[in-house]
Write a protein that binds this ligand. Structure first.
Ligand code: G6P
Length: 607
């Protein structure tokens, strides 16, 4: 969602602010803006729409004067996307400027009380109340003022504040919304996301709730809301700077699809030692594990789809009931969960508001939480009991691919690790599965090589209005992800259906020429899915089928794409590749904005 950058140093801030905002584009936004102190006043430039508009308006930032500034990409919540609602927001007199990620829940009350005092608001945003409150309380010390303002705010925030009177400082503070400080030489940076400053520095402070950072050119001071100094360790970010660049590819999504063999290998390899899965990150003994009588998986979006795959795998291999739950639903339904439930939380960003709150709810009810997270140090990683990182590296395209795949890889590792501890997997099976898991990256490589075939099929289907995905068992779980990928980036309506459920309703929507993508990889149920394919073909469907190369008889059942045969548990990792590529090529043929689909945000930090 929204993104923050800030710069204070000896260079002109404009070009860096624009550069930083560009790296944050992937998070999803609908307007952007910057504010610089030019030595005598605060100058704001902001514009609705893509960053391109702001870049043109400011000549790539070169027309902006000043060595201190803040910038923002806004994803509208309060107030429509518009120039005036874009951040930064100024106080009434223009002496203070604020950028804000998060939501101020009591903004209407605050706004009403300030309006009653004669203060005029320009925008419809919740953020403007912060700028107005700062001016209202200001008596000469900006830090004191901000501390006072924080006491009046309910909700979540990451804030960057600059003032007209002090061109030598940026003040930053956060609560429930990430904010990091980058340390450079004679210059320092502010960002909501490490990718914004990766090209400049690897040394960062990660602010905790209610810590206030005072950035100057020569240093950064961190204090708490009592103004006591906070001793913090710096962190070194080891993400490759090129990982956040397109590297010759037209789209991040395609690059990230192609990176999957490496991402999976990076996630799996360090955790298999001498033929055994080692998950040192999990602090549970076999005795503790045995006391759980249920596994509860919480996530949103694609991460939830990983949870649905995990349900099939865990129940089969661990013989424990598993519930995969949408985090946004779980929170508000008085869930039945206690210290006998093991909770697994899955999130690429580690910041998704619904997932984070659902996790807290599970913890409140006594459940032990293991998180599966990609972004190191993110809130979910920090607050869960154990964290297993997916080593996917930065994922920039809004539609997830490599993060989804590495999450699946962690699920396989957990199934083997827990199965071994619980004694539900026999040694021969365990050995064979570990062996196959180690070969997974190579097999994915082989599927990726077949991309031209998928490109050809995309050209046959890209004009469709509706597409149906069907599958059974693990193939059904995967079809949920295939369908989501297609609709999020190509805007084609699609539905994922459990193939056995078709006859109970959806089949009435199948007519001459309706595309149906049938997943037919799950060995035990081939006969059943073939019958379902025949049912839709009889009604005119145009079938594309994904099957294992051991079932060549499916060649003529439709337009069939073969993947290498692997054990059932690992099939989703191979079968998802053609689905990702299909969505990508269809969206490309339709000329869609693949990396930043309309209305979507990479990391959804509000409910
Ligand atoms: C957003 C993204 C999805 C993602 C979901 C969960 O909706 O657009 O791609 O799957 O959030 O994100 P998380 O960071 O928690 O995995």
């Amino acid at each position: 969602m929204c993104g923050i950058v800030g710069y204070i140093g000896y260079e002109q801030a404009g070009p860096f602010l624009l550069e930083g905002l560009q790296t944050l584009e992937y998070r999803g936004y609908d307007s952007a803006g910057v504010c610089l102190n030019d030595g005598s006043e605060l100058i704001v430039k902001k514009a609705k729409g893509k960053l391109k508009v702001l870049r043109e308006l400011t000549n790539e930032g070169n027309d902006l004067k000043g060595t201190v500034g803040i910038g923002h990409t806004r994803w509208a919540t309060h107030g429509e996307p518009s120039d005036v609602n874009a951040h930064p927001h100024l106080s009434e007199s223009g002496r203070f400027a604020v950028v804000h990620n998060g939501i101020i829940e009591n903004y209407q009350q605050l706004k009403d009380s300030l309006t009653a005092k004669g203060i005029e608001f320009r925008s419809k945003t919740d953020t403007e109340v912060i700028a107005q409150l700062i001016e209202y309380y200001y008596k000469g010390d900006l830090v004191d003022t901000i501390i006072k303002v924080l006491g009046r705010l309910d909700g979540s925030y990451a804030l960057g504040v600059i003032s007209q009177e002090n061109p030598d400082e940026i003040i930053a503070v956060r609560k429930e919304s990430p904010l990091i400080i980058g340390l450079g030489e004679n210059e320092n940076y502010l960002a909501s996301d490490v990718t914004a400053i990766l090209a400049r520095t690897r040394t960062i402070y990660r602010l905790e709730n209610d810590e206030i950072a005072i950035l100057s050119r020569d240093g950064v001071k961190i204090i708490n809301t009592d103004k006591d100094p906070v001793e913090k360790q710096t962190e070194t970010v080891d993400w490759d700077v090129n990982a956040a660049k397109k590297g010759g590819y037209e789209h991040f999504m395609f690059k990230e699809i192609m990176e999957q063999p490496k991402a999976i290998s990076d996630t799996i390899a360090p955790r298999i030692r001498d033929g055994r899965v080692v998950l040192d990150e999990i602090g549970l003994s076999a005795e503790e594990l045995k006391k759980f009588n249920k596994i509860n998986i919480l996530a949103c979006g694609s991460a939830y789809h990983v949870g649905v795959v995990a349900k099939y795998i865990f129940e089969k291999m661990l013989r424990i009931p598993v519930e995969a739950d949408l985090a946004s639903e779980f929170r508000y339904r008085d869930p039945i969960i206690n210290d006998k439930t093991l909770t697994i939380v899955i999130s690429q960003s580690g910041e998704t508001a619904d997932t984070k709150e659902a996790m807290k709810e599970a913890q409140r009810r006594g459940s032990h939480v293991i998180s599966v997270v990609n972004v190191v140090g993110s809130a979910i990683a920090a607050e869960s009991d154990d964290v297993i990182y997916t080593w996917a590296g930065p994922e920039i395209a809004v539609a997830t691919t490599k993060a989804y795949s590495t999450q699946l890889a962690v699920i396989y590792l957990m199934a083997l690790y827990f199965g071994d501890m619980l004694g539900t997997i026999v040694p021969d099976e365990y050995k064979a599965l570990v062996n196959e898991l180690e070969q997974l990256p190579e097999k994915i490589e082989a599927v990726l090589e077949n991309k031209e075939r998928i490109q050809y099929l995309a050209s046959k289907f890209f004009n469709s209005r509706d597409v149906f995905f069907i599958g059974r068992n693990i193939d059904y779980a995967l079809s949920l992800e295939g369908s989501l990928k297609l609709k999020e980036i190509s805007y084609i309506h699609s539905e994922a259906y459990a193939a056995g459920e078709l006859k109970h309703g959806t089949i009435s929507l199948i007519e001459e020429g309706t595309p149906v993508i049938a997943l037919a990889t799950h060995e035990e149920l081939i006969g059943k899915i073939v019958s379902n394919i025949e049912e839709v073909k009889t009604r005119g469907a145009n079938v594309m089928c994904i099957a294992c190369d051991t079932h060549k008889e499916l060649e003529g059942i439709g337009e069939t794409v073969f993947i290498p045969k692997v054990c059932d548990m690992l099939l989703p990792s191979l079968a998802v590749i053609p689905l990702q590529l299909f969505a990508y090529y269809v969206a490309s043929l339709k000329g869609c904005d693949i990396d930043q689909p309309r209305n979507l945000a990479k990391s959804v930090t509000v409910e």
